[in-house]
Design a protein around this ligand. Structure first.
Ligand code: GLN
Length: 483
């Protein structure tokens, strides 16, 4: 810092932009102004004392509302956690605090991270900053929109089936889902534990790499966390990808509509001109990825969300509680079971209920083998596809999404259409590989809004724990585009 800009000054700039824009875009569920300014003051103090300043120090960002920040409300955009205040910091938050990052507030999302548009938030829809009639994607839609609208420099999201990469594509920002195990999940409200990962959003690949190095690494509170992150981003963002073998999957591209296909072909050409070698790879079982996900994910959800019973966390519908449910035909006084049922009925939204019901059914006696076990077996085959593909290619390039951001309301009543938004992202979660979405050439929208162009991302899926590789390739593209 040259001393021209203080951290408090920068934070105030962002807070005032949030003040201006959040009522329209609704990227934030809560704004932690006092915390942010206090963190910023501490950084300015360090600068004044001539202490060494880290890369993230004094840099303001937003945090998806399912990641716990001690003393701050964490609703996961669900009514059932309406009054829940986090009693501890998630490991990623602890690490960002140590790095001196500034927390502006908690970002909107689909309830419990189930959805692809933020329309499932119990508190309202986030708008796409590029076109407010369109969704920002989801489930980390608030995170992506906050970065796209300059209401945050960075953001933390979670990605279980595409929830970082899909909104990054829709909002024209960079979003990275690390390898399963790269980042501790401790203190992230659990959705589907074998698929969930926390990862960064930023405007540039370099910024995403900086946030990743801050949050990555082993954590004793998450048994699935692995390996420490040691390299600094300058070592691997070399801009040089000559000889890199980038795999493409023919069927993925064949099914793309006109403008989207053109966008991805331009990206492929850019990589060729950067000296990469394009090779064809096959992921034959990826056609089963969506059905496999919609068995495994609901099963894990039905078990993880059993804890929201109105007793242990959040709101409770009991005889003393006067809510709109009282207008229904519910008898009083309530038994314990009725309190459970009424709290869940009132507190949990319809998409989350759908998943809980699907999962409970799939796990029930007699069906477990037919559904859950079978899905696990196909999951192993999908993973094997990647092992094979990575013999021929160092990474795989795909579109992030089949379309650019759709309109608010367009898919809200059609869950299957909504699920298809993750068709290209979900396999990375099933196989556990790292994947990044990077803004590619923008695309023409459906024509209803004159000739407005919308952002469109491409995805690079890497080998397990090769975040460095995909970040390097993403950065090389970005550098070339910005030349
Ligand atoms: N859209 C997918 C779902 O609804 C994935 C969400 C996510 O990655 N959290 O489950």
């Amino acid at each position: 810092m040259s001393g021209e800009k203080t951290s408090v000054g920068l934070t105030e700039e962002y807070l005032s932009r949030i003040d201006d824009k959040n009522k329209d875009i609704f990227a934030y569920l809560s704004i932690t102004k006092d915390l942010a300014l206090e963190q910023a003051r501490r950084v300015d103090e360090k600068v004044k004392n001539g202490e060494k300043i880290g890369l993230l120090e004094g840099i303001p960002g937003s945090i998806k509302d399912m990641i716990l920040v001690k003393g701050v409300r964490a609703t996961a955009a669900s009514k059932i956690l309406d009054n829940y205040v986090a009693p501890y910091d998630a490991t990623v938050i602890e690490r960002l605090r140590e790095e001196g990052a500034v927390f502006l507030g908690k970002a909107n999302m689909d309830e419990f991270a189930m959805g692809s548009s933020t329309e499932n938030s119990a508190y309202g829809v986030t708008k796409n900053p590029h076109d407010p009639s369109r969704v920002p994607g989801g489930s980390s839609g608030g995170s992506a929109a906050s970065v796209a609208a300059d209401m945050a420099v960075w953001s933390l999201g979670t990605d279980t089936g595409g929830s970082i990469r899909q909104p990054a594509s829709f909002c024209g920002v960079v979003g990275l889902k690390p390898t399963y195990g790269r980042v501790s999940r401790h203190g992230a409200i659990a959705m589907a534990s074998s698929l969930d990962q926390i990862g960064p959003f930023a405007k540039t690949v370099e910024d995403a790499a900086i946030v990743l190095s801050a949050i990555a690494g082993e954590d004793k509170f998450d048994a699935t966390s692995a390996r420490s992150w040691t390299k600094s981003y300058q070592d691997y963002l070399t801009g040089d990808i000559r000889g890199l073998r980038i795999g493409i999957v023919k069927e993925y591209l064949d099914n793309l509509a006109g403008d989207m296909r053109e966008s991805i072909e331009k990206v492929i050409d850019s990589y060729k001109s950067l000296g990469a070698e394009i090779v064809e790879v096959e992921l034959p079982h990826s056609k089963y990825a969506l059905p496999v996900y919609y068995i495994i994910q609901p099963c894990e959800v039905s078990s993880n969300l059993a804890r929201y019973d109105g007793i242990k966390y959040g709101i409770r519908i009991d005889d003393n509680m006067n809510t709109d449910i009282e207008n229904g035909d519910i008898d009083m006084p309530r038994t314990l079971l009725e309190t459970y049922l009424d709290s869940r009925r009132y507190g949990i939204g319809s998409e989350v209920k759908r998943r809980i019901m699907l999962g409970t059914y799939a796990l029930s006696a007699g069906y477990y083998d037919a559904y859950y076990l079978k899905a696990q077996k196909v999951r192993a085959l999908i993973r094997k596809d990647f092992e094979e593909a990575y013999k021929k290619a160092d990474m795989i390039l795909t579109p992030t999404t089949p379309t650019p951001a759709f309109r608010i309301g367009e898919k809200a009543d059609d869950p299957l259409q909504m699920y298809l938004a993750d068709i290209f992202t979900i396999t990375a979660n099933i196989a556990g590989v790292p994947a990044i979405s990077v803004p590619g050439p923008s695309v023409e929208t459906d024509g209803k809004s004159a000739s407005r162009r919308m952002p469109f991302g491409f995805q690079l899926m890497g080998k397990w724990f090769d975040e460095e590789g995909i970040l390097c390739a993403a950065d090389a593209y970005e550098k070339m585009k910005n030349k």
